[in-house]
Ligand binder design. Structure first.
Ligand SMILES: Nc1ncnc2c1ncn2[C@@H]1O[C@H](COP(=O)(O)OP(=O)(O)O)[C@@H](O)[C@H]1O
Ligand SMILES: [Mg+2]
Length: 351
């Protein structure tokens, strides 16, 4: 039998380009060369596609921010894709994790690893993911959301009724509806880019203006005081969940630097939690994944609230970090599935 041709997409046009380069290269290095013909496809920040010019065995997993070298531009990406059996989009953020690339692959009748168009786009948009979690009756932080409109903002209430306001008036609405500190997030974001914790109205206004550089839609959430935990899920109809992992960020919250630059950030695997709580998290992870219509894989992130042990969903990542030290593969390793076996399972799940 001839080997399956797997195209691994990495890099991409999002703020998480550099992280994807590390994730994608790790996937390329760990796919079984005996089983698959592996075709690495690097997408640069401008959206140009490239193939590697050096042999697979010579590819080194870079550090975050390192430039990709030994590449040659692919003159016709669409034709290139048509020649593949399966595409593995190891892309984080916009134009990769948000349903766009998935849509292109569907148009080309090309099979791909991971979440479909709808679940990818729901999970990429933090505000819409919240609407689904609400419907699924999964606890989450109280929130409001706004949209930038020229120099002003539109406050969108919980019936989607809109009101144009100055940023100062938005500050008043938030002060009335939520308590400081609050988290300000671009609705489409990842790797904590554009996210701040605001302790007062002055900071809030500054952080809203900052977040608006990344997305017109901005989410403002009540701060949850609790432990940060993550659970990996895998499957289509039959979804399995791993044990739970805990994040111990080196900063006040899990910022970009705390995620990728600070060795002081730690993960605890499995998290030291009462079994009952871990089981609830696993069940909620599967429930949330099904609620968004997920396929293939996702990492579902929660808080366990101090004092109450209430489990509060934070977000679903449809293409979680995939470096060898990332939580998603580490959680599966705890379950006895090593990185290479995990990649095989993901490819087997492609429908
Ligand atoms: N409501 C919240 N309460 C407390 N901490 C939060 C809250 N929302 C986000 N955080 C912190 O900010 C980090 C990044 O937020 P998150 O929504 O996960 O965005 P991203 O998609 O960029 O990972 C989280 O990992 C957590 O440390
Ligand atoms: Mg997160």
């Amino acid at each position: 039998m001839s080997k399956q041709k797997i195209g691994v997409l990495f890099g991409g046009m999002s703020t998480e380009h550099d992280v994807s380069v590390v994730s994608g290269t790790s996937v390329i290095k760990n796919l079984n060369q005996g089983k698959y013909e592996i075709l690495p496809i690097y997408i640069d920040k401008d959206g140009k596609w490239f193939a590697y010019t050096k042999p697979l065995d010579e590819i080194q997993v870079p550090t975050v921010g390192q430039k990709v070298t030994h590449i040659k531009e692919i003159s016709n990406p669409i034709e290139y894709i048509k020649n593949l059996d399966i595409v593995f989009p190891v892309l984080h953020g916009r134009y990769g994790e948000d349903g766009t690339i998935q849509g292109m692959l569907e148009l080309l009748s090309k099979k791909y690893v991971g979440c479909n168009i709808l679940s990818s786009s729901i999970c990429m948009d933090k505000v819409y993911a919240k609407v689904i979690f609400e419907k699924a009756e999964i606890d989450q932080a109280n929130y409001i959301y706004i949209r930038k409109c020229g120099k002003e903002y539109i406050y969108v209430d919980n019936t989607f009724t809109e009101e144009i306001c100055s940023v100062d008036k938005i500050g008043d609405i938030i002060e009335e509806k939520l308590q400081f500190p609050v988290f300000v997030k671009p609705s489409n974001s990842g790797s904590s880019v554009g996210i701040h914790k605001s302790h007062n109205k002055e900071e809030l206004i500054k952080h809203i203006e900052y977040a608006s550089q990344f997305d017109k839609k901005i989410l403002i959430e009540q701060t949850i005081l609790g432990r940060e935990v993550e659970c990996a899920v895998l499957g289509n109809e039959q979804v399995e969940a791993t044990c739970v992992g805990e994040i111990l960020p080196a900063e006040e919250f899990y910022t970009f630097d705390a995620k990728y630059k600070m060795a002081e950030s730690k993960v605890v695997l499995p998290a030291s939690l009462p079994q009952e709580i871990s089981e609830k998290i696993q069940n909620l992870a599967i429930k949330a994944f099904k609620a968004v219509g997920g396929t293939g894989l996702a990492r579902v992130d929660f808080f366990v609230e101090n004092g109450t042990n209430r489990i509060i969903i934070n977000e679903i990542n449809t293409m979680p970090g995939f470096t060898q030290i990332s939580m998603y593969p580490k959680l599966w390793e705890q379950m006895g599935v090593n990185y290479g076996q995990l990649l095989d399972k993901l490819i087997e799940l492609v429908e």
